[in-house]
Write a protein that binds this ligand. Sequence first.
Ligand code: CP
Ligand code: NVA
Length: 308
Amino acid sequence: MTHFLDIHTTDPADLRAMLDRGRAMKTARAGRPKGASDDDQPLAGHMVALIFEKPSTRTRVSFDLGVRQMGGQTMVLSGADMQLGHGETIADTARVLSRYVDLIMIRTFEETTLLEMAEHASVPVINGLTNRTHPCQIMADVMTYEEHRGPIAGKKVVWCGDGNNVCASFLHAAGQFGFDMTFTGPPTLDPEAEFVAGARAKGVTVEIERDPAVAVQGADLVVADTWVSMHDSQTTKERRHNQLRPYQVDRALMEKAKPDALFMHCLPAHRGEEVTSEVMDGPHSVIFDEAENRLHAQKAVMRWCLGV
Ligand code: CP
Ligand code: NVA
């Protein structure tokens, strides 16, 4: 079964092939209305379940649209409305859904839910974000970087703020695509040591630098994300804001990066918190290209999973 669970567990040649295909598919339909079908219909006859146990705008819309453009059909399911949210096991849910659909995308809390779904499903499962990782986002981000600046291999990516799920998938991508990463944030919010070590083991440099002004020097790409993720307790919000305020990406910080550095944020953003509007809407920012590329990258991921 060809699941797309994480970037570090997917063959680098497959990752590269997916990005190439995503880009080719994007080019092939450039300028056409969003709802227009792709010329080939690789997902014709396929039914895709999109399960959300957390809120979503981009993941929900980009997966649904991508399936439709490729000629397939979708069922968008809220975890809370399924028996999954009322005591049915993940394993049984996976077995049942596998009788109805050809592909499952799930956004959930615990990574174990995703892994259990994949273990018991007889159709491919895609990780649409867990508390621990967000691989589809980083596929779009690598695609976006390379669209603007060419190969990401050997570049320096600086992550500012919380070493969260999106940061984790960036570290996974560093190892697989061969770019270096610097994390800058408070020690209590460091990325998981296992992910840092995993990237280093693949031969890339991962640095932890507490001073954001030092961290961004020589950066090709500066990345921020929300200070409070969906799985974080709201009771920690004030403490997190106090800890993370020094890591806000503003114009002064961006000016310390390379002159042609890009700025990324997976969105949704909290303007004036992790990043200023000046940077979000400024010349370095490619945030809406990233959002668009979720669509194109994930279409390629789905085709890879289904072998079509
Ligand atoms: N970036 C991202 O995954 O956005 P959504 O939460 O809106 O899906
Ligand atoms: N780190 C954020 C990403 C949202 C797309 C979260 O998990 O809430």
